[in-house]
Write a protein that binds this ligand. Structure first.
Ligand code: HAM
Length: 426
């Protein structure tokens, strides 16, 4: 068949040959989050565009260039979510979650959409596993989140030397403006040597010149002012305490002065986990504190922080390092019907076994017994159940172990019990 239609650029189909690997990573994320006291939240695929303008910032690439926006029939401006944090904060305020408990640990798994230049590890529809802690200003919250992240990557089987936690602080609304100005002035002093994008950034988002990937820009900004002398007392103390707690928890990190992040809501702590084997798009996850966002979106002042982990990139690393991914699921049983008269009884048997909890497959395309046997072998089922004239007459089935080739006859009335003692329930 020649396809006429293709998945849109930057999107991909998650086919049955790999969907179990996705489920595995997702279930690990759920398990880890729930062990840490998070509860799942699911927010809509689209939101009012204004939520992201206010939340993420109009000068960010994500909002200014990359949002998929549209209007509904009521002329409302809507956007496919380009990230998960602003929607979670919107839901937190809208449903008064703070009234249920002043500390909320929330996690999610969500697709998100950015109209980006597509390359390895960068798509237009991608998926994030996210976690948000709303309601704690304490560095213990930052440390707990970072420790959970490292634990998560470790449980997935990524070796320690394949990923690196990068940590920085961005200060707050009090102390950052002076730092921003200093970096802006530094950029102006070196204007002609900066790339075109950085020259543009200098006016609206000067801190972003620090994380430019262009080698000449990197060489220049190596000497850019660093934030530490600009930090106000509370921000400096927060960062020092965080580092001391991380040390006590034995969470290794590197201080990365360039880590400014591409979203406007961050305050104080910012971090990314960078991984080998991902090429230019080497951030496995990113996040930080956003102590001003709840208020900015109309709630009471509430400190918060969180992380978003790229699911596609996590899978890329797992494949790269050869981490133990589960095998594709296979049926417990495959029923082979010998002759037309066995077809309906075969389907009835399949139904009763499925309802009893066994993953049971059979041919429903009318193939010959020989072809069905081939299917049974290819299916990787544990047992083939053979149903022919003799078995029908005697109310039995011939059960063949597809590995050992041993075969025995079992009464249909005893089949479930026979299988129960030999197969784990799926
Ligand atoms: P972000 O850094 O924009 O942060 O995205 C988080 C992660 O999503 C990245 O580290 C990367 O692994 C993955 N990612 C981002 N863009 C793409 C893309 N186009 N294709 C594939 N993967 C991608 C956020 O979105 C924040 N909401 C994270 C956060 C949560 N901060 C606080 N709470």
């Amino acid at each position: 068949m020649r396809p006429k239609y293709f998945a849109p650029k930057g999107t991909e189909d998650i086919l049955p040959s790999v969907s179990h690997e996705w489920r595995f990573v997702e279930s690990q994320w759920r398990a880890v989050c729930e062990r840490y006291g998070y509860r799942e939240i699911r927010t809509p695929i689209y939101e009012e565009t204004e939520l992201f303008r206010r939340g993420v910032g109009t000068e960010t690439d994500i909002v200014s260039k990359e949002m998929f926006t549209f209007r509904d029939r009521g002329e409302r401006d809507l956007a496919l979510k380009p990230e998960g944090t602003a929607p979670v904060v919107r839901a937190y305020i809208e449903h008064g979650l703070y009234a249920q408990s002043p500390l909320q640990r929330l996690y999610y798994i969500t697709p998100f959409f950015r109209d980006e230049d597509v390359q390895k590890g960068r798509y237009r529809q991608a998926h994030q596993m996210g976690a948000e802690i709303i309601g704690s200003a304490e560095p213990y919250a930052d440390a707990e989140l970072l420790s959970m992240l490292v634990y998560f990557f470790r449980t997935l089987g990524i070796p320690e030397d394949w990923f690196e936690l990068h940590l920085n602080t961005m200060g707050c609304a009090e102390c950052r403006p002076a730092y921003r100005e200093a970096v802006q002035q530094f950029g102006r002093d070196h204007f002609d040597q900066l790339c075109e994008t950085c020259q543009h950034r200098l006016e609206h988002n000067p801190l972003r010149i620090l994380d430019c990937k262009v080698p000449t820009c990197r060489a220049i900004t190596e000497n850019a002012p660093r934030i530490d002398p600009f930090l106000c007392e509370p921000c400096r103390t927060h960062f020092e305490r965080l580092q001391a707690i991380l040390k006590a928890l034995e969470v290794a990190y590197v201080r990365d002065y360039r880590l400014v992040r591409g979203l406007d809501y961050y305050t104080r702590t910012t971090f990314e986990v960078l991984a080998k084997g991902l090429g230019a798009q080497n951030a496995l996850c990113g996040g930080g504190r956003y102590d001003g966002l709840v208020e900015q979106l109309g709630g009471n002042p509430t400190p918060a922080l969180g992380v978003g982990i790229g699911l596609e990139r996590t899978l890329m690393v797992l494949r790269e390092v050869g981490a133990p991914l589960p095998e594709a699921p296979h049926p417990d049983l495959f029923i082979v019907a010998f002759g037309d008269s066995a077809r309906l009884p075969a389907l009835q048997l399949a139904e009763s076994l499925r309802h009893a909890g066994f993953a049971t497959d059979l041919d429903i395309t009318g193939r010959s017994p020989k072809a069905q046997m081939r299917l049974a072998n290819d299916s990787r089922a544990t047992y083939a159940l053979l149903l022919g004239e003799d078995e029908l007459a005697n109310q039995t089935v011939s059960v063949r172990n597809l590995q050992t080739r041993e075969q025995e006859t079992v009464a249909q009335s005893e089949l479930t019990e026979w299988l129960n003692t030999r197969l784990p329930r799926s």
